[in-house]
Write a protein that binds this ligand. Sequence first.
Ligand SMILES: Nc1ncnc2c1ncn2[C@@H]1O[C@H](COP(=O)(O)OP(=O)(O)O)[C@@H](O)[C@H]1O
Ligand SMILES: [Mg+2]
Length: 381
Amino acid sequence: MPDIILKNITKTFDEGRVIAVSDVNLTINDGDYVFILGPSGCGKTTLLRTISGLIQPTFGNILLDGKDVTDNPPQSRSIAFVFQDFNIFPISVWENCTYALNVQGYDNDYIIEKGEEALKIVGLEERADEIPIGWGNGDLQRIGIARAICSGAKILIMDEPLGSLDPKIGAEFRWELRNIIKDSKLTAIQVTHNQEEAMAVGDYIIVMRDGKILQQDSPKQLYRFPNSLFVGNFLGGLNILEGYINHINPPVNYTTKIRLGGPKFDIISEKVQYELDENVVIAVRPEDIYVFPNEYDFDASETNWEEINLFDAKILEKFLTGKELVFIIELDNGDTLRVVKPEVFKYNLSVGEKIHGGIFSKHDLRIFKYPKNLQKEMDLQ
Ligand SMILES: Nc1ncnc2c1ncn2[C@@H]1O[C@H](COP(=O)(O)OP(=O)(O)O)[C@@H](O)[C@H]1O
Ligand SMILES: [Mg+2]
């Protein structure tokens, strides 16, 4: 049975002047590890707090395990909240971890069993008696997670729990956290500002904007098939080209040609749902653009070039960012594209050099209706 269902959840503040969450419908299944991504102020924290019962929705219902809990207090929901600032007290690790069970008056044997289990899961069983003053952020968050597990909650709600960790520690800890969640069979919802973290360890990602859910999908699906320019761009920069549909073949062969602005530059795509002459935006990921030296012999290769949109270009810039080699290339019409290749790339291309570029239409090219305001659509804030 699905564990968490939100029905038409809306939360407004200031007598309705601020709509923090707007008519959200969402199902999260038992055992899922779900991430919420979105720009600052889009309603992520408000949504988490509403699910956990820390705040009441203005409209809508929350069902846990099929039961409507909208009016029930947080402590009745079997949900534990893990905070970004840890919320750890200057008392022993053990006391931090078992605090809630003590307050709720559980008997001692039960508290000891739960406390030991939780500290073992996060790897702090040897340090139960220590007072965590001066501890690193990673260890402090371990206590926060142990406390959540200790409470017996089946659902973990985490608001940027790795946000204040050193990036390297955070990148390692994310896997540990995933293992803890999966081993303990918890359902977890986590807000992060780190797309890479969500893509790496999340079962599903929810992308929010302006209080609404734009898309909910697996990381792979979201990355390959974003349902909007905003989602695609948010999940790791898109190259954007503006154009219009200038040719649609009869239905035998569903090719569509898109002409980009300025001098002629056609891009051939799969069938699209747009009309002739309609303005569109073409989006391509930097790692999906091929580049070849000018003298590359296409005929000598076994690739079926018909499926690849080839075009002439020139290298404008070239630089290394850690493990990646970045080229900025300029098309004949003046548009520029960002191309990302592995640090060790088979062609040695120099700035100023003429090259051939290629985009594989079937898989690597997304076509979107031209938005009302392209700049706003691409704005990640
Ligand atoms: N208690 C509150 N009173 C008034 N406005 C609030 C309150 N909490 C959040 N908001 C507003 O609701 C919107 C969403 O906030 P929040 O959920 O914190 O976003 P996020 O976590 O995505 O950054 C913002 O415009 C914020 O200013
Ligand atoms: Mg927030």
